[in-house]
Design a protein around this ligand. Structure first.
Ligand SMILES: Cc1ncc(COP(=O)(O)O)c(C=O)c1O
Length: 372
């Protein structure tokens, strides 16, 4: 049996006729940039994610750049981030002329290590930080990060590109974040039909600033309070996203079930470590995350999965500090846990609508390979 790593059509086909009908209206009304559907998606995002203000923008990378800028990050600032994340987190800091400070991960929850973060602060006194909620859950020290940053006056941005639907102690993880962001890259848990993103703000003042930054720094149509960006959403994407956000609970429940299924099925498999959310966290099933033992060559495993027709991912195979532009970054400590994880990271197929047969085919293929 062939199993793709991801099959978006299982989800998109459930909404095709409704979306096409909406797109026809958007087309007739020329709602190409902004418009009522964008306002509607912002409202839906506030309700779904428990945030006060939502500003739709062009992609999750812009959301990070603009969110950091709104928090005062500029040339010469120092900004902490985990050494294992998607490169956009690093890029956003570098694009503002700030210096990234790379922090190791916690080997158990795979998020930025809180103890390394506090030690790095003593050494480098960074001005801001990006806490990334990776892989479908968040740090077990989520609240400690917020508290520490508030006490030390560190501007904290929470990169929620992967965390739509994640909860901590029953509350959406981004609720209460000063500034949060997300990505609507189509493969995300809640994805768009083209690149998209959103920035979340706790206060009206931040919302106003972020809206202006997303729209050329405008104060009026031809008046500009600041130098901003062109990062906006249009009606076609918003219409699609409104249908997607309306289905978010079902999407998350479906993916979460698959993630839990893998953990149960693969528990006790020799040479395999299985990761999942810390106690008290509700995951969103973004990824099925594993590492193989040092004795196993992960590339040989993926070659064999490929030969068996089983899709796979390696999120992430490399750390930030190993990328050539990171010569300019500050690297705190040995960064050993992030390096070690990346060497052996492995993901099995997980998407909305994956069947039990596909889950079993994927899990049993991996078990066979590890036994062989
Ligand atoms: C953790 C993280 N941050 C930022 C981004 C950037 O989002 P986008 O691709 O929408 O620019 C992504 C994903 O693509 C991501 O996974």
């Amino acid at each position: 049996m062939n199993v793709p790593f991801i099959d978006l059509a299982r989800l998109t086909k459930t909404m095709k006729s409704e979306v096409l009908a909406d797109w026809s209206t958007v087309f007739d009304k020329i709602e190409f940039v902004g418009g009522p559907r964008v306002a509607e998606v912002e409202k839906r995002l506030c309700a779904a994610l428990g945030v006060n203000k939502a500003i739709a923008c062009a992609n999750g990378t812009d959301a990070l750049i603009i969110g950091l800028q709104a928090l005062g990050v500029r040339h010469g600032s120092r900004v902490a981030l985990p050494n294992m994340t998607f490169w956009a987190t690093y890029e956003a800091i570098a694009q503002l002329g700030a210096t990234p400070v790379l922090i190791d991960i916690d080997p158990d929850d795979l998020q930025m290590s809180f103890s390394e973060f506090t030690k790095a602060y003593e050494a480098y006194r960074f001005d801001a930080a990006i806490l990334v909620h990776l892989f479908g859950w968040a740090s077990k020290h989520h609240q400690d990060f917020r508290k520490f940053c508030a006490e030390k006056n560190i501007a904290l941005l929470e990169d929620g590109a992967q965390c739509f639907g994640v909860t901590v102690d029953g509350k959406p993880v981004l609720a209460g974040a000063t500034v949060g962001t997300t990505s609507f890259y189509p493969a995300k848990v809640v994805g768009g039909c083209v690149d998209g993103g959103a920035i979340f703000a706790d206060t009206e003042a931040l919302e106003k600033l972020i809206r202006s930054l997303c729209n050329h720094g405008r104060s009026a149509h031809y008046s500009y309070d600041r130098v901003g960006w062109n990062s906006r959403m249009g009606g076609l994407q918003a219409a699609f996203l409104n249908h997607m956000v309306a289905r978010a609970d079902d999407i998350v429940a479906n993916r979460r079930r698959a993630a839990e299924w893998y953990r149960k099925r693969l528990a006790g498999t020799p040479k395999l470590r299985i990761y999942g959310p810390p106690a008290g966290h509700g995951e969103n099933g973004y990824l099925a995350v594993f590492t193989v033992d040092d004795s196993v060559d992960v590339n040989a495993v993926t070659d064999k999965l490929k030969a068996k027709g089983i899709g796979f991912g390696r999120t992430y195979p490399e750390t930030m500090d190993s990328q050539p532009p990171a010569v300019k970054a500050i690297k705190f400590g040995s960064l050993e846990h992030s390096k070690r994880f990346c060497k052996s990271a492995l993901n099995l197929p997980l998407f909305y609508g994956i069947t039990d047969e596909e889950l079993e085919a994927s899990a049993s293929a991996l078990v066979e390979i590890l036994q062989g």
